[in-house]
Design a protein around this ligand. Structure first.
Ligand SMILES: *Cc1c(COP(=O)(O)O)cnc(C)c1O
Length: 401
């Protein structure tokens, strides 16, 4: 028996997360490389025309044409399906690629979709602007109010889209409660799990059908790639894949390889990120220049009990309000020395944004007020730096406010 056979006997179900992210994809290719090979090719040759016919006719084939699939995609998907506890997974070129493809695959003119009043901005645009153009009705509900979901259900409701925690104040959606509401009606529930990561929250365990990630964030973890992942059943993945090959949100084999490298360290990065962010959130709460801190791991978060029930850690993102207005907040953000002033989250380096400054160009003041974005909000994505250095930097920046 050669080593290959030993590997095939690995029971992935028995492996712990830290081991899975390192070995869960070993069996996928027959390469004898230790580091995964990059299949840097757009197309794959068949041995003969009957094999070609078989390749062309097999949905989600990993060695036919890279828009359809690629062995590096397959490795990432294998690990992601294990991490989220779903039958299978597929990768896309960005988080929005994953979200848009999923929604467009599942709804048609005349259908109804329920989504949240707060979503990642580009998801909100799909709900507000794109779906109505195609004759799909959308009802937006307050995500913290489970009755609002119940009341929004109609006979033609096909999909409920949720996102938890959600910007800007890290409001949560009760995933188990939404899934339970949807089940008797046969409504598909999709959750954007980007802000939590599969280490901190597993929506499928709570009854959610489709779990979506912007892998640009924690999964890649180094702010160097964009990618998306869709984790679901074989049946739904095949449906979504047929739309995926038409939309063409393809992940390059190189970026898939970088994502795979990122996944190897996801559990240990999350351990540090969760600990750092909780410590920094507690520190911020004690500072006189800080008006309020929003973090699901703090007892002061209005949904802390739900957070403890459905999450195992609370993630990198802390939102907080500086005492004062736009000017004071700009001064604070500009005085920080460690975190770059940049969008995105979940990487090894901390990042900071003045939320109102980010939306200024895109939203009117009125829209910002309805979206609950006051002028003194800061979003801090905590990285894996030493917590004492982060605290010291935040402290010195608060002194100039
Ligand atoms: C970043 C993000 C997205 C979009 O992902 P991209 O990889 O940038 O396309 C979607 N949802 C959430 C919650 C995000 O943070």
């Amino acid at each position: 028996m050669d080593k290959r056979d030993n590997r095939e006997e690995l029971n992935l179900e028995e492996l712990r997360t830290e081991t899975l992210v390192v070995h869960g994809d070993d069996w996928v290719t027959n390469d004898r490389t230790v580091a995964p090979a990059i299949y840097y090719t757009a197309t794959f040759r068949a041995h003969n025309s009957s094999e070609f016919a078989e390749m062309a006719g097999t949905p989600r084939h990993a060695r036919y044409y890279t828009r359809y699939g690629n062995p590096v995609h397959e490795r990432v998907a294998k690990i992601m399906a294990e991490l989220e506890g779903t039958e299978t997974a597929m990768v896309t070129g960005s988080g929005m690629g994953a979200i848009a493809t999923t929604i467009l695959a599942l709804v048609s003119a005349g259908d109804h979709v329920i989504a949240q009043t707060r979503h990642y901005m580009s998801t909100a645009k799909i709900m507000d602007e794109m779906l109505p153009r195609f004759g799909v009705e959308v009802t937006l509900v307050e995500q913290a109010d489970i009755n609002a979901f119940a009341e929004a259900i109609r006979p033609n409701t096909k999909l409920i889209m949720v996102e938890t925690p959600a910007n800007p104040t890290l409001v949560l959606t009760d995933l188990a409660a939404v899934a339970e509401l949807a089940r008797p009606h046969g409504i598909i529930v999709a959750a954007d799990n980007t802000f939590a990561s599969p280490i901190n929250q597993r929506p499928h365990d709570l009854g959610v059908d489709i779990v979506i990630h912007s892998a640009t964030k924690y999964l890649g973890g180094h702010h160097d790639l964009t990618a998306g992942v869709i984790c679901t059943s074989e049946e739904l993945a095949e449906r979504i894949w047929h739309t995926h090959i038409s939309i063409g949100s393809v992940l390059s084999p190189m970026d898939a390889w970088l994502l795979l490298r990122g996944l190897r360290t996801l559990p240990i990065r999350m351990e540090r990120i969760n600990a750092n962010a909780l410590a920094l959130a507690e520190f911020l709460e004690q500072q006189p220049q800080v008006e309020r801190v929003y973090y699901p791991g703090l007892p002061s978060h209005p949904q802390h009990e739900l957070a403890k029930r459905q999450m195992r850690g609370f993630g990198a993102v802390i939102a907080f309000a500086i005492k004062g207005g736009y000017e004071e907040t700009q001064r604070f953000v500009s005085a920080l020395k460690l975190p770059p002033n940049a969008v995105s989250l979940g990487g090894v380096d901390s990042l900071v944004v003045h939320t109102a400054a980010m939306w200024e160009g895109v939203m009117t003041e009125e829209q910002m007020r309805t979206a609950g974005i006051p002028s003194n909000f800061v979003r801090f994505s905590v990285g894996i730096e030493h917590i004492d250095d982060l605290k010291a930097d935040v402290w010195q920046a608060l002194q100039v406010v």
